[in-house]
Write a protein that binds this ligand. Structure first.
Ligand code: SF4
Length: 221
């Protein structure tokens, strides 16, 4: 269970140390959705090779809905996954036919869109619409597990619905974006699976894992 201090530590840390990407500095639902779509099973550096030129070519949903599939295919090709074109065409078609060309603003509707996973739907709700949903991936789960003891018995904890519901309650309503992005950045850069950098971590003073590691430690006593 987090308290306001935990949340403030994360928000302050993110303001100073958070990584900056084009999709993090916009709240435009379409631009956020495109990033969420591309980031599925694809590394940030690979997406950075595609995203800027993609949104320059298709800055609005309307432009994307009229895109030439061959041109679209060559742009998406750089993401390195063969099924991206049919997935994107399916996504565009569903937004057009079911939502009048507007990115839906409920988790239920985003969850139903083809080509968009649960994590991506949550990231659109948080990043575009400012809703306090946890964006739980393996990195942010590792931080939540080590720092505060959140635990899942599932083989893929970041898909555990019960855990996700518990963590939703911990996201601050006043700045869910920075909170989630801080967890993701700390998990990928600092609280790494092997050799976590405790000395660089803003949560070190409050971290359960670190406290337990030092309990009974002769050096610390
Ligand atoms: S103090 Fe160490 S274990 Fe705890 S959250 Fe930070 S990096 Fe992870």
């Amino acid at each position: 269970m987090l308290d306001r201090t935990d949340q403030e530590v994360l928000l302050t840390w993110y303001a100073e140390h958070g990584r900056s990407y084009p999709w993090r500095v916009t709240k435009d639902p379409y631009l956020v959705l495109i990033a969420a779509f591309m980031l599925q099973r694809t590394g940030v550096s690979q997406v950075m090779n595609v995203y800027p030129s993609f949104i320059a070519r298709y800055p609005k949903f309307d432009a994307l809905s009229r895109a030439d599939p061959t041109e679209l295919s060559s742009l998406l090709h750089a993401l390195g996954r063969l099924n991206r074109l049919p997935q994107m065409l399916g996504l565009v078609k569903a937004i057009e036919s079911e939502h009048g060309g507007t990115v839906p603003d409920t988790l239920e509707a985003l969850d139903r869109l083809p080509g968009l996973g649960q994590y991506s739907a949550r990231s659109v709700m948080c990043m575009a619409f400012g809703r306090p949903y946890i964006m739980l991936d393996p990195n942010s789960y590792r931080v939540a597990n080590r720092a505060w003891g959140f635990l899942s018995a599932k083989a893929r904890p970041h898909t555990d619905r019960s855990l996700i519901t518990s963590l939703d309650a911990e996201v601050p309503e006043d700045d869910p974006r920075s909170f989630n992005l801080a967890l993701l950045d700390i998990g990928s850069q600092i609280c790494r699976q092997r050799k976590p950098r405790h000395d660089e971590c803003p949560l070190a003073k409050r971290c359960k894992y670190l406290k337990e590691a030092h309990d009974g430690c002769a050096v610390c006593e």
